[in-house]
Design a protein around this ligand. Structure first.
Ligand code: GLA
Ligand code: ZN
Length: 675
């Protein structure tokens, strides 16, 4: 469990008493008690308060706050306050300010605003982390350390440029190797000296969001930027760790956040934590996917739901309220996918600045007689009732979907064949096919151990990193089913095409050769015509976006294109490889095709859904020491009945036995312990 001091699902969230007076704090304490809150994340944006000038540090306010919360039974998740630098620092040491992609040096303002390669930022962020660790190392209230806040963005300043060259030297050793990796013979970009290399901003190789003349340079800059921020995190981490050997240290991540390679980050986090902010129109399956990603980056370990809003955000174009019951439903959805905490941003709504219309447990009216407060307190009491039962339970999935940040960067930086290809949408499309049937999925990175899976799907595996093809071959040879799609096996880790025919390193495994890739206009379609019935798949399905023109080299053809000059060419193939099978889907098929195929493959592998449920009711399962807990999440506004078949269970929220079937109210959740 996260902490033996608080053996339950932590309940609380960001608390910013530095914005309030003492009287308000006393009122807060009273309301926190009522709501069953037991953890507060403190000090997230208080650097200026902690360090009013270069030489002075003042933490007395924080001492008082941690103590008074603790006296009221509330633990602290202590942030290091380095998510926004103080104004004096920017004035005195402009190197802390970032330079944006257009080359503009920023002035003081905003947050998440420090250059990750600023010597000043690094020096003072580590110093304050060290001082905090020194001060609170023995404090019984501090159970989690929260470094900075939502690392993100990028910087193109001169310090970053210099650091980029150093990073490149470490990666490549020689300038010749860099020239080769980037194919700089193209457009005469050969570099003869490290100092000729500049960061790829809008003044050099890039324009707009996703366009680059040299994908190799842009890809390395993306890696470098993610690493630079990770270095900042690690410097603070080490400062805390060296003083508190058993500290539990994290930083709050953001799900599918493109600029940072979280698989790499998670290696340096004691526990993953993340901030979940779906909009009212975010597909619920996408939130599920994001939770699974956050679980997947640290090998399936439980994670912290560090932030979510109790009601609404302020930063979306339309900040709808979470409907009655939905905050609870989405909290349990996080738990169903592996969260061991339920935390909010924030506990009290700000009086001024851009988050004053962001939802909070305590709203501007200042008392607890609100819908939001009633819902949060009722959830607080339920979590107290659940106690430690669910903590540390795991999800045991037999299906894995492979996801890779560098592949994401490379696919979407690619100039051609289409602008329509969105990597995460493809991941989601395959995920949804399982989600809709309550088949649990792990999201894994390229380093994961595949041996525990029956079915591994790698949509759009454009970049094949060293060793990956062999690993996939081994997985398949030993009986696994591997599935990949169009635009896979194209390049190596430097975005250089694997010569000799697509899909390059995957060609042998898939038993195919892709000769050409057609990109269709959004208004154009082709069709997937099944040769024979396959599970529920029969007849024809629409496809589009990209269409590979391929020849088989040992694979069997299960469906062909129905139109255009490549009518009759293979669009779905299966290659027997050792004891397993490798499938290739050569075009972007409609959802029902993907769903039918994934269902067929799961059935072939005897992979069972957690339960069959009515549409819109999600079923998840966590397991601990052989004990299964089933979550039934009704995302519909209307009640739904779930058949439990032969299961005998106990409803963990009211301790009543449940068997045969159960009715779940609209937006309701039930957690069942299986007997
Ligand atoms: C992020 C931040 C918080 C707050 C919320 C608002 O998650 O970490 O400080 O700004 O967004 O939704
Ligand atoms: Zn910089």
């Amino acid at each position: 469990m996260i902490s033996s001091k608080l053996p339950k699902i932590f309940y609380g969230g960001d608390y910013n008493p530095e914005q309030w007076d003492h009287q308000t704090h006393l009122e807060d304490l009273e309301l926190f008690q009522q709501a069953g809150i037991d953890i507060a994340t403190l000090n997230v944006f208080s650097w200026a308060r902690n360090q009013p000038d270069e030489l002075t540090y003042q933490f007395e306010w924080l001492d008082e706050m941690i103590d008074s919360l603790y006296e009221n039974g509330i633990f602290t998740c202590l942030a290091t306050s380095t998510g926004a630098h103080p104004a004096w620092m920017a004035t005195r040491y402009p190197d802390v300010l970032r330079t944006d992609k257009d080359g503009r040096k920023r002035k003081f303002g905003g947050r998440h605003n420090s250059c990750p390669n600023s010597p000043t930022y690094r020096k003072y962020s580590v110093e304050i982390a060290r001082r905090l660790a020194e001060r609170y190392r023995e404090h019984p209230a501090v159970i989690v350390w929260h470094i900075s806040n939502e690392y993100g963005g990028e910087c193109y300043c001169d310090n970053c440029e210099k650091a980029f060259r150093v990073w490149l030297k470490q990666r490549y050793g020689t300038i010749e190797a860099v020239n080769q990796a980037w194919n700089t013979g193209f457009w005469g970009h050969t570099f003869y000296d490290w100092d000729e290399i500049v960061v790829p901003d809008n003044r050099s190789e890039e324009w707009g969001d996703n366009n680059s003349s040299f994908q190799g340079i842009s890809l390395d800059y993306a890696r470098f930027n993610s690493d630079s921020m990770l270095d900042c995190y690690r410097l603070e981490y080490d400062a805390i760790r060296s003083l508190i050997p058993d500290a539990l240290i994290t930083t709050n991540l953001m799900g599918f956040y493109k600029p940072l390679d979280y698989f790499k980050w998670a290696k340096y986090m004691d526990i993953v934590s993340w901030d979940n902010y779906p909009g009212l129109n975010t597909p619920i399956s996408f939130t599920a996917l994001a939770h699974d990603l956050m679980r997947g980056i640290k090998n399936g370990e439980p994670f912290m739901l560090m932030e979510q809003t109790p009601s609404q955000q302020n930063w979306q174009p339309y900040n709808s309220l979470k409907r009655p019951g939905v905050m609870r439903l989405w909290s349990y959805q996080a738990v169903a996918h592996g969260a061991d905490t339920v935390m909010f941003f924030q506990l009290r709504r700000s009086v001024g600045a851009c988050e004053k219309f962001h939802g909070a447990v305590i709203e501007h009216v200042g008392h607890g007689n609100t819908r939001v407060f009633r819902e949060t307190s009722s959830l607080g009491h339920e979590l107290q009732h659940l106690g430690e039962q669910l903590l540390d339970s795991r999800i045991e999935a037999k299906v894995a979907i492979l996801f890779d940040w560098e592949n994401w960067w490379a696919v979407e930086k690619s100039s051609g064949p289409t602008v329509a290809l969105n990597y995460v949408e493809q991941i989601h499309k395959y995920y949804q096919a399982f989600y809709n049937r309550n088949v649990q999925v792990d999201i894994i990175g390229v380093d994961a151990d595949l041996s525990r899976y029956e079915l591994v799907i790698a949509p759009v595996l454009y970049m094949v990193k060293p060793g990956l093809a062999a690993k996939l071959e081994q997985f398949t040879e030993q009986g696994g089913t591997f599935v990949t799609t169009f635009f896979s096996g194209i390049v190596n880790e430097n975005d250089l095409v694997t010569l000799g025919g697509y899909p390059g390193e995957l060609r042998k495994l898939l038993g195919i050769w892709v000769e050409e890739i057609d990109a269709l206009l959004p208004t154009m379609h082709n069709s997937i015509v099944m040769k024979d019935q396959l599970g529920s798949l029969q007849g024809s399905y629409s496809c589009g976006m990209l269409c590979d023109l391929l020849h088989t080299e040992g694979a069997e053809v299960l469906a062909e294109y129905g139109d255009d000059f490549y009518k009759g060419m293979p669009v779905l193939t299966r290659n027997t490889f050792g004891q397993g099978e490798a499938w290739y889907i050569a075009s972007d098929g409609e959802a029902s095709f993907v769903a039918g195929l994934m269902e067929h493959l799961s059935e072939q592998k005897h992979i069972q859904p957690v339960l069959d449920t009515p549409v819109g009711v999600e079923a998840g399962r966590r397991i601990k020491d052989g004990q299964a807990f089933i979550f039934l999440l009704n995302h519909n506004a209307e009640a739904a009945t779930v058949e439990l078949n032969s299961l005998t269970t106990v409803n963990m929220l009211d301790d009543q036995p449940v068997d045969s079937s159960i009715e779940i109210p609209g937006h309701g959740t039930v957690i069942l312990a299986v007997k």
